[in-house]
Ligand binder design. Sequence first.
Ligand SMILES: [Fe+2]
Ligand SMILES: [Fe+2]
Length: 317
Amino acid sequence: MSPQHSLPEHDPTDPVESAVITRLVRNWGQRATVKKPEPDLDELFDRDKRDYPNELLPFADHDRFLGLTDDQQDQLRAWAWIAFNKNVMDIEQYVVNPGFDLVAHDGLDTGLGDTFALAVHQAMVDEQYHTLMHLNASAVTRRQRGWALPNDALPDVMTLRRQREVAAADPDSRRKAISLFAFMTVAEVSISSYLDLISENDVIQPINRATVRLHNRDEYCHSSIADEIAGIVYDTLRPDERRHFLDGLVHAMNAFSSNDYSTWRTIVELMELEGGHAMIDDAEHDTSHSKLVQDFSGIHKLCRNLGVAEEMSFQWT
Ligand SMILES: [Fe+2]
Ligand SMILES: [Fe+2]
């Protein structure tokens, strides 16, 4: 546990600072992807590579999928990549940045000092740039493959739908803010594992891997920032608010790890794929595919440091 996590009493006149955050704020200009030259995506595009790994398709071993033409399989993988990018963009814009904005204005009255405001403003710039990177990655896929694959045909990502449900269920604005904060914390500490699904797979389109690799470089720092802030904020919450925050973490982890079958249903409908719905239904009922992201080790560590991991209703492994 860092010294900040164990502050005995919170003094609102004495702003909290952190050595970790101070170091990350200082080196942002050298390390941030937004400060680096952009790769030429069209040049890097390899039409013979897959846009998305079969291993991540929850129906990859289904007879219906195996019986599709190469072109249909390619279209499904291209759609999967478009959906992956849309998920990342939805999370950045509607889950992460609202949570960071709350911290930027010390919305939970934690007494965070200016360095925290700088750190989250930098991180929000990063997130805006990541959104642009994934927007560009989808655009180049559409251009190179010649398929429309429109983002707005897809449903909002499940993490965002759940975040909205959880926030809407609570009339109290402070509790709503704590829910937003919990969802941001899970997204920021766990998004690396989601990005790694693509970056570590070498049969995949090099620009897709480059996009997530560049993105992930920033996220390693964001996860330290979010972890540090979560510990400090948690210390200043009342016991009932702490419980609410921990429940929010569990809601967010459950949403974040799920394979989103509503997206798949929309995709097979858009492709007018015969037998598509039955294929998705079968995949949904096959529990070996139920989890997409498995790695919540960062949140587990945070909760262990807070001394609460054992009392949370979450299966950690
Ligand atoms: Fe990001
Ligand atoms: Fe981030």
